[in-house]
Design a protein around this ligand. Structure first.
Ligand code: FCB
Length: 444
């Protein structure tokens, strides 16, 4: 049974940072503290969207239990903690009067991190748009860029002086494609025109948030994108084309928009006719200079040709070992994207802002031995080490996630945490993977 890591902190550059990541809706408990309704509350309440119709009303009750949770980050030997701010907690209607309790909460959280010697790594949006703004079209409405800029200004006027880093939007692919084309996440649309608009507006909103933060004098600002290695499932020419399209939608559209100010032809081929008017004029704001890039990486997909309309690609089951969510375990993909992001943005430091795996972890006699997670993390961290040896400027690694939490459409059944959460009693129990980090990260 794997119970330890073979690496130690001292195998990495002395300024390399180790962290854990979470997000607001997945852990806080949205019913607490005067937060407004969000698209995830609406999506979850609609039968068929989420396993067992589960929602984030209580989640891990991190809203009240954050001191205990931050102790777990510090005691695990980590240097930094990535969290997100809930737009509807700060502004229940998405615009207008802020919720004082919400602002106070993030203020306390940031101070709590600093008191424990942890660097606060903030993400402004991790998927829960206020419902009141979704009523106005949400990500489809160009005004979202202004609304998001105003929210950014409000929350960062409060905590921006003390956060160590900030990124506007977690995983624009999920906000744009997964939620508006595949309908798998809130707001659950399957509409190509909505998709084109959401994908562009989410980047425009990124630009306006960046602008708001620069105007407040903030620095160390980045962008967090998710990447999935696209593997052709068969050797046919049609499948090669399908894989190229999938890769362009998932791995190139957002990165190239942010870094180069251009969108790939392979995406415009399908979305071009549905893009908002004069989108080209926004590309300078979208590609404003960044201080770092964050990579979220979990898996690869095996892609095959699909008849029907663009994008003519579909994911099929592959041969590799899988996590309980059916995600193939493919550590080489992380090495691939570290190099690829570096090639696209040669001047920017890179952070792994999420990496981890779901398990069906159970507590036995008060212990949870998540050996499969330790092996997964070990293999991915080896890729980070190899990339650094090749000269890729990787500066830190955040595990997803600190706690078992609300895994979106999968509800609470799949557990990603280094710390087990009993969702009845809300008791936290560090798993073997947490203990393995504690040993590996000890400063001696
Ligand atoms: C990422 C999300 C995160 C979590 C992990 C498993 O795409 O950013 O909230 O759901 O996947």
């Amino acid at each position: 049974m794997t119970k330890t890591f073979s690496f130690h902190r001292s195998d990495f550059p002395s300024d390399f940072l180790w962290g854990t990541a979470t997000s607001s809706y997945q852990i806080e408990g949205h019913k607490f503290g005067g937060a407004g309704r969000t698209i995830w509350d609406d999506f979850a309440e609609t039968p068929g969207n989420v396993v067992r119709n589960e929602h984030g009303q209580t989640a891990c009750d991190h809203y009240h239990r954050w001191p205990e949770d931050l102790d777990l980050v510090a005691d695990g030997g980590f240097d930094t903690y990535r969290f997100s701010t809930s737009w509807a907690r700060v502004m229940p209607e998405g615009r207008g009067t802020p919720n004082a309790e919400g602002l106070d909460y993030y203020d306390r959280l940031v101070d709590g991190l600093l008191e424990r010697g942890l660097k606060p790594a903030a993400t402004l949006y991790h998927w829960e748009m206020p419902s009141a703004l979704n009523d106005l079209g949400g990500w489809r409405n160009r005004d979202v860029a202004k609304w998001f800029g105003d929210f950014t200004h409000t929350i960062m006027s409060r905590i921006g002086d003390r956060v160590w880093s900030a990124a506007p939007i977690n995983e624009p692919w999920c906000v744009g494609w997964l939620s508006h084309f595949e309908g798998a996440h809130a707001p659950g649309l399957r509409d190509i025109r909505a998709t084109a608009r959401a994908m562009h507006h989410v980047l425009l909103a990124h630009g306006s948030a960046l602008d708001a933060m620069r105007s407040l004098g903030m620095s160390n600002l980045g962008a967090v994108c998710n990447f999935e290695y696209a593997n052709p499932a068969d050797p046919s020419e049609q499948t090669a084309q399908a894989t190229h399209t999938y890769d362009a939608i998932y791995n190139r559209f957002f990165l190239e928009g942010l870094i180069k100010g251009t969108y790939p032809d392979a995406v415009l081929e399908g979305l071009g006719p549905h893009m908002p008017k004069d989108w080209q004029a926004d590309m300078a704001a979208i590609s404003a200079p960044l201080d770092w890039i964050g990579i979220n990486y979990y898996t690869r997909k095996n892609i095959a040709f699909a008849p029907g309309g663009w994008p003519n690609s579909t994911a099929v089951e592959g041969p590799l070992d899988k996590t309980v969510m059916g995600w193939e375990i493919y550590p080489d993909g992380l090495g691939h994207f570290l190099q690829r992001v570096h090639d696209t943005a040669p001047d920017l430091p890179i952070y792994i802002t999420e990496n981890g795996m779901a398990g069906a972890d159970v507590l036995q006699d008060g212990h949870c031995v998540d050996s499969a997670r330790i092996a997964y993390l070990e293999a991915h961290i080896a890729q980070v080490r190899a990339a650094i040896a090749k000269g890729v400027p990787v500066k830190g690694y955040f595990v997803w996630s600190l706690l078992d939490n609300y895994e979106w459409a999968e509800g609470y059944k799949d557990r990603f945490g280094l710390v087990h959460v009993d969702f009845e009693s809300l008791t936290r129990t560090p798993k073997a993977s947490w203990h393995a980090f504690r040993t590996a990260l000890a400063k001696d």
